[in-house]
Design a protein around this ligand. Structure first.
Ligand SMILES: O=c1[nH]c(=O)c2[nH]c(=O)[nH]c2[nH]1
Length: 325
């Protein structure tokens, strides 16, 4: 009866927690309000596995308490960024309970964007008046109606997420990321010179549409004094910049692979706090519809978006030890 006693089996890992814990955090600075709406998945590992093996629950911090802890720490600590709040949660569980060996928090931010009124004369005034300090300018923006003080619009450009994991006696490991960032360009992309065999039907393309939905996830090489907001925005802007190229001319992409690598390289060049970055760029195909049979010349004006299949290109780039970029 070896299996009943469990002598011949061991756990590879265990973890439990609450998923999709939702919070809307409002920072009220006078009339000016800022928000972060988040969804968190929290997972803990405990030192003994008796709740699994014998059903003894004395060590189990109920998942309901885990949910309440997310709510309570939002109140007690505030939510500056999803990364900082995830770090606070990991630290809380590890310092409050000696029998918690590991805490992991995955958090997504709901993409709310402050309402902005683009008023051309007011915008022009901002640019000329450089003597204003930043905070004065912010105040002015808020009072003259360019940025709304407390109203937001759901703006699904991309979803920001983070993943923080901490083992007892170790430093936390922080990943940040973005997903579902859909971008498209109508030229300055091609794919030529690829390997051919008897099954190849793809024609070389000098000029094609390039559409992808970017997923990027990067690891920080430090935890303290990181500007999580600034780095996140820089990674997003760098990926967009490499995809699109200069605003007038664009930049030629010889393959999704090359664009993916170039954007990762530029991220590591610009952001010393990023140690490693994974990017996934599905190649979402658009085919020019053949209209010759209906007597029309379609010069890449009418295209058919294909739901599937899509190509899938991915890569993870990291710094070599001691490399200077
Ligand atoms: O940029 C591309 N990379 C590929 O690997 C590939 N394969 C394919 O059919 N089209 C493309 N495009």
């Amino acid at each position: 009866m070896l299996w009943e006693g469990g002598e011949n089996v061991e756990f590879v890992r265990t973890g439990y927690g609450k998923n999709m814990v939702k919070v809307l955090y409002i920072r009220r600075q006078g009339r000016h309000h800022s928000i972060i709406e988040l969804r968190a998945d929290v997972e803990l590992s405990l030192s003994s596995r008796k709740e699994y093996i014998t059903g003894g629950n004395s060590d189990v911090i109920p998942t309901d308490t885990i949910k309440n802890t997310v709510h309570a720490l939002a109140k007690i600590k505030g939510v500056e960024t999803i990364e900082q709040f995830s770090l606070d949660l990991c630290q809380h569980f590890l310092t409050s309970f000696n029998h918690v060996t590991r805490a992991r928090v995955y958090m997504e931010e709901v993409p709310w964007r402050r309402l902005e009124k683009v008023n051309k004369t007011q915008a022009a005034v901002f640019n000329i008046d450089e003597q204003q300090t930043q905070s004065e300018e912010r105040l002015r923006k808020n009072t003259n109606g360019v940025e709304h003080a407390h109203a937001f619009i759901f703006s699904m450009e991309t979803v920001r997420f983070c993943d923080v994991e901490q083992n007892r006696a170790d430093l936390p490991v922080v990943h940040s990321g973005l997903k579902d960032m859909k971008v498209l360009k109508t030229t300055q992309s091609g794919f030529e010179g690829f390997h051919k065999d008897r099954f190849t039907t793809l024609q070389a393309a000098k000029d094609r549409c390039f559409c992808t939905s970017v997923y990027a996830r990067w690891r920080y090489n430090k935890v303290a004094n990181v500007n999580f907001d600034g780095t996140w925005k820089s990674v997003k802007e760098t990926i967009i910049e490499k995809f699109a190229g200069p605003y007038d001319e664009g930049e030629y992409s010889p393959s999704v692979q090359k664009t993916l690598y170039d954007s990762q390289h530029l991220v590591l060049e610009r952001l010393p706090e990023v140690e490693e970055i994974e990017i996934v760029m599905p190649n979402q195909h658009y085919f020019t519809i053949d209209m010759t049979k209906i007597g029309l010349m379609n010069k890449d004006e009418v295209l058919l978006p294909l739901d599937n299949p899509s190509g899938n290109i991915t890569g993870t780039l990291r710094r070599k030890p001691h490399a200077k970029l």
